[in-house]
Ligand binder design. Structure first.
Ligand code: 2HA
Ligand code: ZN
Length: 256
């Protein structure tokens, strides 16, 4: 299960970055394609836990999910003491916990599964849902004029060329909702039709992708842009930002 090592690696980055205070953030990764038939058929340690909303596209799929209340800094050290493998039941309406201990999954699990289910139904190869609390990006969501997807995307893209290249679909924004609710999940799903990274107002960031390192890199690059912006403002000037022509040239050069 090499993928577990990569999840632990990213959990460590989230902590080191200061994006994962206490139990902040959560991760789910669909491991189905990476597991042996024996691993996929593992005996459950706890079976038949009902889902609030069914995930019919994910029947039989196995996920690693961080545990409820667990800290990223400990996920980094001991992923199976701070998370669990779960398998979606054949009817998509419940899940089993497979290994290694019956660690209850993140409170955001129903939301993560709704997103995985939606992305699968749309034919995307997404394996990862990553949620974290980057200080600078959350800070931007406290400024009303930036709670506009086009405007904030344009601002962050214009701070450094890599941002345009690494986050080509820009960012979506979801107005404030109570953490862990299905209302937040459904609002996020509406943004995932156009974006792979979604900002949750006054709460955090959610990224989806095929690879957990890529999800981390997208958020990290957005955070870099925010830091350039805030550093310039703190030094007393308005950063000029790349102009439309420069951004369009990048899109042409990298076929975005
Ligand atoms: O898992 O970050 O949004 C803790 C959270 C909930
Ligand atoms: Zn959160």
């Amino acid at each position: 299960m090499a993928e577990i090592g990569r999840i632990a690696e990213v959990a460590g980055y989230l902590w080191e970055k200061g994006w994962a205070e206490r139990n902040g953030g959560n991760i789910s990764v669909n491991l189905t394609d990476t597991l042996t038939p024996g691993e996929l058929a593992m005996e459950p340690v706890q079976a038949g836990i009902a889902l609030q909303e069914p995930a019919g596209e994910l029947k039989g799929d196995v996920f690693y999910v961080t545990g409820t209340g667990k800290r990223m800094r400990y996920v980094a050290q001991a992923p199976f003491a701070n998370g669990a493998l779960i398998r979606i039941a054949g009817d998509g309406a419940s899940y089993d916990i497979l290994a290694e201990k019956p660690i209850p999954p993140t409170s955001e699990l129903p939301s993560h599964l709704l997103m995985h289910n939606y992305l699968r139904a749309s034919g995307r190869q997404t394996k990862v849902v990553l949620h974290t609390h980057p200080t600078d990006l959350i800070g931007l969501t406290h400024c009303r004029p930036y709670l506009d997807s086009d405007k904030l995307t344009r601002l962050l893209w214009s701070m450094i060329p890599e941002c345009r290249i690494i986050v080509p679909k820009g960012i979506g924004i979801v107005p404030y909702e109570i953490p862990g609710t299905l209302a937040l999940a459904h609002a996020t799903i509406r943004q995932l039709s156009r974006h792979d990274v979604v900002f949750w107002e006054k709460h955090g960031i959610l990224a989806v992708g095929e690879d957990i390192i890529d999800c981390f890199d997208a958020i990290d690059t957005l955070s870099k842009s925010a830091q350039i912006f805030f550093s310039a403002r703190a030094a007393g000037y308005e950063p000029e930002g790349m102009n439309d022509r420069q951004l369009d040239d990048l899109a042409d050069a990298f076929q975005l």
